[in-house]
Design a protein around this ligand. Structure first.
Ligand code: RP5
Length: 201
């Protein structure tokens, strides 16, 4: 896992997903435009971006799932409204860096996934963040109602969507990555065993 601001992505992964303070986010955000122009490294297969540091408590689950499968990802803040130039630069450069799937999360007027999809032909998976005002229904509708021709795969609101976005990205990678396919198979078998062995109160 690499923090998005630190391009090019490194192939080594830390054993734990680091937390990001707001100060750290602000510092890294200032660095990103320069870093985005770095040469492609090919290390990160999945990009996980979100509109605000306030989305990180939800989206760290996405990074943790990818990390648990041993799939390298990059992650960080990209905002459709607050950093529109950075959004375009990030989106246009993603395929060249070796990214194969983009996961984008946003809350409220959640235009981030759709705008990324407008700037890239990579598959984009959208995670609606549970908003304070409307519990994420605003986020969901903003992400899901894309116009014909610009697709975004929309996940569930909040925590389930964050985890499932990672699993869906892994399923996309598994179409050509046999190791990921094997790990997904084992994950499914474990989930089935857990479901059947759970005690009934
Ligand atoms: C969106 O606005 C973000 O994705 C976030 O969910 C929401 C609120 O952002 P903050 O005001 O907490 O930074 O762009």
């Amino acid at each position: 896992v690499v923090i998005l601001s630190r391009f090019p992505a490194r192939p080594d992964r830390p054993s734990e997903v680091p937390s990001m303070s707001e100060d750290q986010q602000a510092t890294l955000s200032q660095q990103l435009p320069k870093d985005l122009t770095a040469a492609p490294s090919g290390a990160a297969k999945v990009s996980v971006v979100f509109g605000s540091a306030s989305d990180w408590p939800t989206m760290r689950a996405t990074v943790e799932v990818l990390d648990s499968f041993g799939v390298a990802c990059e992650y960080g803040v990209v905002s459709a409204h607050r950093t529109p130039d950075r959004l375009r630069e990030f989106s246009e450069g993603a395929r060249g860096r070796g990214v194969e799937v983009i996961i984008a999360a946003a809350g409220g007027a959640a235009h981030l996934p759709g705008m990324i999809a407008a700037w890239t032909t990579l598959p984009v998976l959208g995670v609606p963040i549970r908003s304070r005002a409307l519990s994420g229904v605003d986020s969901l509708l903003s992400i899901v109602q894309m116009p014909r021709g610009v697709p975004v795969g929309t996940l569930a609101i909040g925590d389930a969507g964050a985890s499932n976005a990672a699993l869906l990205a892994l399923r996309i990678l598994s179409t050509h990555d046999h190791e990921v396919e094997q790990r997904l198979r084992a994950y499914g078998e474990d989930a089935a065993a857990s479901a059947l062995s759970a005690p009934l109160d």
